[in-house]
Design a binder for this molecule. Structure first.
Ligand code: ADP
Ligand code: MG
Length: 391
């Protein structure tokens, strides 16, 4: 038996008939996983995972993806985009006979951070229970030798950060020539400056024809234009305007003097809730965390100056509630799914306006409620204007 669907508030208004799709789209619109005619192992895994109804993005994207179309899927944070690409991907792989070739992957999922790669694999793994499919992750900050060995016999799904994947390609530890499925999670970021060079090296190495799926909660126009270079006759699925915040997040802001931010933060922090605090720089995040710990808060930090072990431990302790304040840079802005996060505090506003949407999307996930509070000082008024424009 499934748990009550926490997303039912979000799910499929007027979903009794496909024709009542609020967007007026003529595409198939599925409101029950049973309607998808998925493989028995997947159906069973969905039931065991407590997933009963598809979310709107799943209901729209999965049928089209199962038909083999390329997909550009845009939906708010926390609305189940991982399964929107994961289910059709696994279904396609189940239908393909034969083991993966040595050093190859049948499908490739790219994501911007190591933590998100791990999380995607953790969400898909239970759906592959009882099948022969394998999933492998490769990310920076971990032994490359071990990853080379893990890839030696090939894998079905490879989830990777682009930098490490290129290292492995250059060492001839992986051959993407047999890879016929590509997913870009957080697609607009994967197309942006930090990753586009890597993507330009990776995409041409893949086999053809391939099915490509791009998903994000934000999609600036210029990124969508770039995305066309990677998609063939795609179906564009948009559940909400790109950049729209999650439905149940309450947003507020405090105008404060810069020097008064530490005190204001301590005023706001609730002792029992999981709170994610975003700072602009690694150094700033570390200093803030240390100050909180000195004042008796149970806080940890996650940013690019920490070792992978430290990053993993901080996230794990936060997930488990052993620390209830996690101070982070934008490395934790995208994708991370920790249901218990009740508050997101923007101690500093993000430099990139889209990241505000992603940051506050770490709360109010899967139909839950959450609060987002920003501390804004005079120097940040331009950033605030940019954010207001984006949203
Ligand atoms: P997004 O990528 O859109 O931000 P995720 O894929 O991380 O969202 O999913 C957010 C949460 O919703 C996860 O905890 C996931 O397990 C849950 N979820 C996904 N699909 C469903 C569903 N159909 N019913 C209930 N919960 C779901
Ligand atoms: Mg996601």
């Amino acid at each position: 038996m499934g748990r009550p669907n926490p997303m039912s508030g979000l799910a499929l208004p007027g979903c009794e008939r496909p024709s009542e799709d609020p967007s007026g789209s003529k595409d198939i619109y599925v409101f029950d996983f049973d309607m998808l005619d998925l493989s028995p192992s997947l159906q069973k895994a969905l039931k065991q995972g407590g997933f009963s109804e598809p979310t709107p993005i799943q209901g729209k994207a999965i049928p089209l993806a199962l038909e083999g179309h390329d997909i550009l899927g845009l939906a708010q944070t926390g609305t189940g985009k991982t399964l929107a690409f994961g289910l059709p991907l696994i279904e396609a792989l189940l239908a393909q006979p034969g083991k993966p070739h040595p050093k190859s992957a049948k499908a490739l999922i790219l994501a911007p951070t190591r933590e998100l790669v791990g999380q995607i694999a953790d969400s898909l793994r239970p759906l592959m229970d009882g099948t022969k499919l394998r999933i492998t992750t490769v990310v920076g900050g971990q032994s490359i030798g071990r990853q080379m060995r893990a890839l030696a016999n090939g894998t079905d799904i490879l989830v990777a950060t682009p930098g490490r994947l290129i290292d492995l390609m250059e060492r001839r530890a992986v051959d993407l020539g047999h890879t016929r499925n590509l997913v870009l999670d957080e697609a607009d970021q994967m197309l942006d400056l930090g990753f586009i060079h890597a993507l330009r090296k990776i995409a041409p190495a893949l086999g053809t024809p391939r099915q490509t799926m791009l998903f994000s909660a934000t999609m600036p126009k210029q990124m969508e234009e770039l995305s066309r270079g990677y998609l063939t006759d795609p179906r564009r699925i948009q559940v909400a305007p790109p950049g729209k915040a999650a439905d149940k997040v309450t947003q507020s802001l405090h105008f404060v003097e810069k020097a008064d931010k530490p005190r204001k933060l301590r005023d706001i922090l609730q002792p029992d809730d999981l709170t994610l605090v975003f700072a602009r720089t690694k150094h700033g995040a570390e200093k803030l965390m240390k100050g909180l710990v000195a004042d008796g808060y149970k806080a940890a930090s996650i940013h690019g100056n920490k070792s992978q072990g430290q990053r993993d431990r901080a996230l794990k302790a936060f997930r488990a509630g052993e620390v209830n304040v996690l101070v982070a840079t934008d490395v934790a802005a995208r994708g991370i799914d920790i249901p218990g996060v009740g508050y997101v505090i923007n101690y500093d506003l993000p430099d990139v306006a889209e990241n505000y949407v992603h940051r506050i999307g770490r709360t109010a996930r899967a139909g839950r409620e959450g609060e987002a509070i920003a501390l804004v000082c005079a120097e940040e008024m331009d950033l605030l204007k940019q954010i207001e424009k984006t949203m």
